[in-house]
Design a protein around this ligand. Structure first.
Ligand SMILES: Nc1nc2c(ncn2[C@@H]2O[C@H](COP(=O)(O)OP(=O)(O)OP(=O)(O)O)[C@@H](O)[C@H]2O)c(=O)[nH]1
Length: 389
């Protein structure tokens, strides 16, 4: 995993193996954490969008499973512990997750993974961990904290981000910042918390469908897809998601890339939202020797927010929130690319690439999808293709 060289905190989290510390502290009295790898899903959504309703729904639907719900809420400044509600066999038990200060966002970088692992060492592993953020949270700040390197042997892994939106109020939240902090995007467009929560999502639940007409629902859904064309989108009332696996649980959004989803990014592309959009860049088959150039391009784009452009071209102002890609290598193998904000990873993508459309058996074309502000497809495509020459 690549980390922003300027960010001193993240390497601290990854420098030592939290699991080792837990095991040493408990002097071998715990079950072998190597046997379990527990998914952590971040559940985010604007105020009143139905997050609590959703979490209760999941707890009921997965009755008997051991699910930890971590509430990421700001308490009093004197509050040094966060409540952790653990659902086990239908019973909810209050636990305490000790953090170094009152805000999970700030302290989890050092202690969050450790604290969850210590808790599992005491109580046994959970089946799922659901982290509910406050209505105003930017999930892009939280996700990298739980995206732990495979090599570190952590017993938790980031499964994905689920965002709830309120079908009745979303358009108003996107068009008029309703009291939250917001920043001017390029072209005078305002970026709201609702934009950030949608752009980072792997699964989007358009909730409160019962409160809008079919036309309003279609408009809201189209707006959501215009911002994020790769997330799965489900429409619900009272957060009742018909199928939990693949939509809320077992997403594997950070260790797999769905080629069909990337295809949809191209089809779903529109300019319905003035602030955030999704672009898909076709990537011709690359040789293994091009991967260094790709890594340099990603570092420039994600770490420096600088797009390498041909001489004389005005560099654009942009930011990338989420990135996913599938690369076809000329030797027939594949690579998967995952990124959230400045953190990214290029992984082996398993089996051989699919055959080309001409049936020649040659490597298929790769795809890179970026979601963010100020992304001009033509310029990004030229820049990447130039870097890979
Ligand atoms: N009509 C209708 N009401 C809903 C729906 N989903 C949730 N609600 C209601 O909306 C209110 C807010 O729902 P919550 O689940 O508490 O929302 P939340 O996102 O946890 O809210 P915050 O904690 O304020 O961020 C509650 O009164 C719910 O009963 C829905 O689909 N339709």
């Amino acid at each position: 995993m690549n980390l922003d060289a300027d960010d001193d905190d993240v390497p601290q989290l990854l420098a030592s193996n939290p699991k080792d510390e837990v095991e040493q502290a408990l002097d071998g009295q715990i079950e072998d954490l190597n046997l379990v790898k527990v998914p952590i899903t971040i559940v985010t959504g604007y105020l009143g969008s139905g997050k609590t309703t959703l979490l209760n729904y999941i707890l009921n639907e997965r009755h008997g499973k051991k699910i930890a719900v971590i509430l990421n809420e700001f308490g009093d400044s004197a509050d040094i512990e966060k409540s952790l509600t653990v659902s086990h066999s239908g019973q909810q038990v209050e636990e305490w997750l000790e953090l170094s200060n009152g805000c999970l966002c700030c302290s989890v970088k050092d202690t969050g993974v450790n604290a969850i692992e210590a808790l599992m060492a005491r109580r046994g592993a959970f089946d799922y961990i659901l982290l509910e953020t406050t209505g105003l949270a930017d999930p892009g700040n939280i996700a990298p904290l739980f995206w732990v390197d495979e090599g570190l042997g952590s017993s938790i892994y980031l499964d994905g981000i689920v965002t709830l939106v309120d079908a009745k109020n979303l358009v108003r939240e996107l068009d008029h910042s309703v009291g939250e902090e917001c920043v001017e995007g390029g072209h005078g467009a305002v970026m709201t918390t609702a934009h950030l929560q949608i752009s980072h999502a792997d699964s989007i639940i358009v909730n409160k469908a019962d409160l809008v007409s079919a036309e309003e629902l279609a408009a809201v859904t189209a707006r959501v897809r215009a911002i994020n064309s790769v997330a799965r989108v489900e429409v619900t009332s009272h957060s009742r998601v018909p199928v939990l696996e693949g939509w809320l649980l077992d997403l594997h959004a950070y260790d797999r890339v769905d080629g069909e989803g990337l295809e949809f990014a191209e089809k779903g592309h529109s300019h319905l939202d003035p602030t955030i959009s999704t672009i898909m860049i076709p990537v011709p088959p690359v040789a293994e020797t091009h991967l260094d150039a790709l890594d340099r391009w990603l570092r420039s784009v994600l770490w420096e927010s600088e797009l390498p452009v041909p001489d004389g071209t005005m560099p654009p102002s942009f930011e990338v929130h989420r990135l996913k890609g599938l690369l076809a290598l000329t030797d027939g193998s594949r690579k998967v690319i995952q990124g959230v904000r400045e953190v990214f990873e290029i992984l082996d993508g398993g089996g051989p690439a699919e055959s080309g459309a001409d049936g020649s058996g040659g490597a298929a074309e790769g795809k890179l999808v970026l979601i963010g502000r100020g992304l001009e497809k033509g310029l990004f495509t030229t820049s990447l293709h130039h870097a890979l020459q």
